[in-house]
Design a protein. Structure first.
Lengths: 209, 244, 226, 226, 209
């Protein structure tokens, strides 16, 4: 059994939800500088898989390993190297976009306001930095959550439909982000319903319904 | 037919009227309160039971009355604003709440200062006292509801609605002494027919009341100006008023 | 550049404070609730004053429990609803540290405020000044313990609709000893007998909860977050 | 094929009932809260039974108010959070009908249950059987009135963080007359004096609120929803 | 001023949010058998416009008329003829998909379970009918909310990003739904970031940032 001591290894993961056998033995190895595009029809278990890989959900069978170690064992180190953007942008409505970034990123690494602002500018949400998240539009929220991923400087990215709610300019930014991340040695698992046309190698993992 | 009404209620007009009235209110308030204080503290004879302690009546009773009066103003202004969509009504209601809360607090504080010599305790859970405390809660509720909204327009409307709903409690506070037997003084002054209080005590008291009313008028004008300016800060006439 | 546990602890406290102070008038609300509940009792009792003094410690403590409880309900709920709890869980910091920070912040915002206004309420209920020190000390210990108990309950009830009622079901029975000894201490201080026993017991309870509750609350959260 | 107001009313009641019964343990919660608060009291007081009997109506009513209030907080909040309140607003039915249905459903679920268990609590607190009829009738009127007042408050505090505290701050002062007359009626029934006055007053208050509160609550919702 | 007595007329709508002048005098007439595609960058006010048109939000200036009458006046009749699908699917997590449909649609018109089930089948969410909405995936929820629109049989459709979270099959269903609706005499305003390639006339309303 060849583990991937420098990457992420998902091994025979099984998950049942209610009566449904949602993940039926999913396996995949992902190395640094690799990007995996997870696709599949609605309800096929893409979000469930990402939650398993992030460690939020324990699979009934199978395991996830990071640098050769089970993520249950090395949870804190693994999660410190991880950035997860879920369906919902996970922003506190009463805090401004910048404050939201500060408290979420600040738990992973020391940052400065200017660095956070730069990340917001990069995703095109710079103008919203001082607005409470509650008043932002759907696309602006998505941009803030992507800026958070950027600012975390994590090596593992798990992105659940990062293109949702974004306009054309926003989509281009996401594609650029992904390319840069992979080029800089990161690895990413991205759920998307559309084709990713990126300038880097993209592996595809298709989940069956 | 209603146009004159709306014109009267237009913000620039109200702003001008408030600015013009304020000094008059203030001046007459000073006179009335001055007469009341001198009459009450110097000329009125000490009470045969309470000695000089009773003199706190000159602050206590007018502020207690004002606490109810201001609440009523606030509710009426709020109702006008909600029903006829007259924005100045919200400004009046918004300006009234802190004033009324202050009068309520004053009535509570002077009342309990008076309570110590009279009843031997600062506070008793008597209906009148409790209902005055509840009035304070009502004011606090209205004020915190207003500020709980990000959007000031919504806060205004929500607070106005609450003020109207809460107005039901005003008669309850007023008649609490009648309905429950209580420690507190029953109506002595505001009784129909002959008041059961001596003239040399009564006149300064009434004067104090008038003075408090006028003073309230002055503070209301002042706060109203601020509220109107703040609400209309986008509009042309405010810019002019500020620049000139 | 990784972030230490203490740093994370203070960052989370800062976050909670920022959230509370964003609407300063809301800080007053548990206080006002405390005042209102204490007002309710005399009203409901038809105002026999002698009675009131006897039940003052009980009223005070019940009001403090309820008002602290009411605000506990939102301890994790808000974060769970908007997805930020997931982000906190994945932050790479020990969840215990985060839970501890949130709980302490809750106590700093509500518990201390209750302790500070308790003399006012105490006076109104006829508690003599001589009993204030005991009352305040016991309330401080009690509310801190309660915040911890509440954190366990709040962790267990995330994701359950009408969580606040369930929360009180879980927390109130745990809080019974608090109430008995807390009100007891104030009662004894009022009648001038020795209060040391009750206070020691409260202090012991507080230390005990502060040591174990963070782990229990973390476990509770983990169970419900999955 | 358009849907009449009564039909809409019953459909919304059905929806609320379905939601409540989906989690049956939660139906019990206001009740258990009621039971716990009433038992907390005697515990905090450690006093003689005769005293307890004197304060029984007050304790009973305060507990009923608080437990009904705590569950009111979620009257519109859940619907506002998940967007279904918007859908209800846009249903083409009068919002007043919807608000009325939700409020009545709330009372059917919590108020009636309180009335039903009140004899148990009453017995524990030493209220004589002869006073039960008055106690239950007054509680029924009181909780219905309170549900209406609470609907106004809940409408006004949607979307406000920690709305539950603001809600009690708004509603409890409005509910004070209820408490005074409700506890008063039970008290009088216990001492065998005439209860008609207090009950009439409660009934009048109830009718008054039931007529006006639906409109006030609708207005409140309209203000906060947009 | 030519009002549209048989359609929807948006006239010079202005909305300020905070300090931003979000909608700066938007006007559009929409007649039956017309479909308007509202586009524009993130945060340009598309959602705000839909909320104004639905009557949820009152514009500071301007008005919306339905069949010649201001929608403030004829609110209930107008809203009875309206179906609005917001960003969020607006489902009660504790109710099943079918129950959710039943209570939302039931307020507009009398329906039967089989009719609702047919609508769910049409959007491909038939299999989820008896699952509580809480456990559904993002795409399944979107499908349920679209089925609700279908079952309402409304003549005015306001759809906010109906394609979000949907897989290819789901997107095709939405396009088909829109075409059929317009062909049957309905009118629709649809917010979408991608091009709508429909077999019917599509007018475009582009909002500036
Ligand atoms: C904290 C304690 C007290 C509070 C909250 C309080 C409250 C009030 C209020 C609200 C009123 C106005 C009632 C109305 O006409 O609507 C009032 C009036 C009055 N109070 Fe007090 N009071 C307190 C203590 C006292 C004490 C200790 C005395 C003296 C024995 C006193 C004497 C009076 C008198 C003489 C009036 C005028 C009654 C009338 O003519 O209507 N109050 N108080
Ligand atoms: N308790 C349950 N009973 C039955 N099925 C369940 C239960 N919980 C979850 N499911 C099913 O498990 C699947 C979860 O899928 P998941 O959210 O991972 O889908 P997804 O691939 O992310 O879909 P989408 O593209 O729509 O986001 C769904 O089909 C859902 O209906
Ligand atoms: N209180 C406020 N202060 C400042 N700006 C605000 C306020 N409330 C809303 N906004 C702005 O108003 C705009 C609202 O846009 P809306 O949600 O209608 O955008 P949208 O076109 O639907 O965008 P998306 O494509 O992202 O869904 C946003 O730019 C938002 O930042
Ligand atoms: Mg998904
Ligand atoms: Mg939008």
């Amino acid at each position: 059994m060849a583990t991937a001591p420098d990457g992420l290894a998902v091994e025979q993961v099984h998950v049942w939800r209610g009566d449904r056998h949602v993940l039926q033995g999913v396996s995949i190895d992902v190395h640094p500088r690799e990007l995996v595009h997870i696709s599949g029809p609605n309800g096929s278990g893409k979000t469930t898989l990402l939650r398993v890989i992030s460690g939020l959900l324990r699979p009934e069978q199978g395991s996830v390993r990071w640098q050769g170690q089970s993520i249950v064992r090395s949870r804190t180190q693994y999660q410190a190297a991880l950035a997860y953007a879920a369906h919902e942008p996970a922003l506190k409505g009463d805090l401004t976009a910048l404050e939201n970034m500060r408290f979420a990123v600040g738990l992973k690494r020391r940052t400065s306001a200017s660095e956070l602002q730069a990340a917001l500018d990069r995703t095109g949400a710079g103008g919203c930095a001082d607005l409470p998240a509650r008043v932002l539009s759907a696309g602006q929220r998505r941009r803030v959550s992507l800026a958070r991923v950027l600012a975390m400087r994590a090596s593992v990215w798990l992105l659940d439909e990062p293109y949702a709610n974004l306009d054309a300019a926003g989509s281009a930014v996401v594609s650029q982000m992904l390319q840069d991340h992979v080029r800089d040695g990161g690895l990413a698992l991205v759920v998307a319903h559309r084709d990713l046309s990126l300038d880097c190698a993209v592996r595809r993992l298709e989940l069956k319904p | 037919m209603w146009t004159w009404f709306y014109k009267l209620a237009s913000p620039p007009y109200v702003y001008g009227v408030a600015a013009a009235l304020m000094p008059w209110f203030l001046g007459f308030a000073a006179i009335a309160i001055g007469y009341g204080l001198i009459g009450g503290l110097v000329f009125a004879p000490p009470d045969y039971q309470q000695g000089d302690a009773f003199r706190i009546i000159y602050v206590h009773v007018p502020s207690a009355w004002m606490s109810e009066f201001v609440y009523t103003t606030m509710a009426v202004a709020g109702a006008i604003a909600l029903i006829w969509r007259i924005k100045v009504g919200f400004a009046v209601a918004g300006a009234s709440a802190p004033i009324g809360a202050s009068f309520t607090l004053l009535a509570l504080v002077t009342g309990s200062m008076w309570g110590k010599p009279m009843w031997g305790t600062y506070w008793a859970w008597d209906p009148r006292l409790t209902s005055e405390l509840i009035l304070l809660f009502l004011y606090v509720g209205v004020m915190s509801l207003r500020s709980a909204f990000e959007d000031p327009a919504r806060g205004d409307r929500a607070a106005a609605l609450l003020a109207i709903v809460g107005a039901v409690n005003i008669p309850i506070i007023h008649y609490s002494v009648v309905w429950w037997n209580s420690l507190h003084q029953a109506a002595t002054v505001a009784k129909l027919g002959k008041p059961s209080i001596e003239g040399s005590m009564l006149w300064p008291l009434l004067s104090m009341f008038v003075g408090f009313m006028l003073f309230h008028g002055a503070v209301l004008c002042l706060r109203l100006q601020g509220e109107v300016l703040n609400r209309e800060r986008q509009s042309a006439w405010v810019r002019e008023a500020i620049n000139s | 550049m990784s972030v230490g546990a203490w740093e994370a602890f203070f960052l989370v406290i800062l976050r909670e404070m920022r959230l509370s102070f964003r609407r300063p008038e809301q800080l007053l609300q548990p206080l006002v609730f405390f005042l209102i509940v204490t007002t309710l009792f005399p009203l409901g009792l038809n105002l026999q004053l002698s009675l009131l003094r006897d039940m003052a410690p009980g009223v005070l403590w019940v009001a403090a429990l309820l008002s602290s409880l009411l605000s506990l309900d939102s301890l994790f709920k808000g974060d769970a609803d908007d997805g930020t709890l997931e982000q906190l869980t994945l932050s790479g910091q020990s969840l215990t540290v985060i839970v501890a920070a949130k709980t302490v912040a809750h106590w700093l915002v509500t518990g201390i405020a209750l302790v500070v206004v308790s003399p006012v309420v105490g006076t109104a209920l006829g508690i003599p000044t001589s009993a204030f020190a005991t009352m305040m000390l016991s309330l401080a210990l009690g509310t801190l313990t309660l915040s911890w108990l509440g954190a366990i309950g709040a962790g267990l009830t995330i994701g359950v609709r009408r969580g606040n009622v369930l929360l009180s079901l879980i927390v109130l029975p745990l809080a019974m000893p608090l109430l008995i000894f807390g009100a007891g201490a104030t009662d004894r201080a009022m009648s001038g007998t020795s209060v040391a026993g009750a206070l020691y017991f409260l202090a012991a309870l507080c230390v005990f909860t502060c040591t174990l509750a963070p782990f229990a609350a973390t476990a509770a959260l983990r169970i419900t977050v999955e």
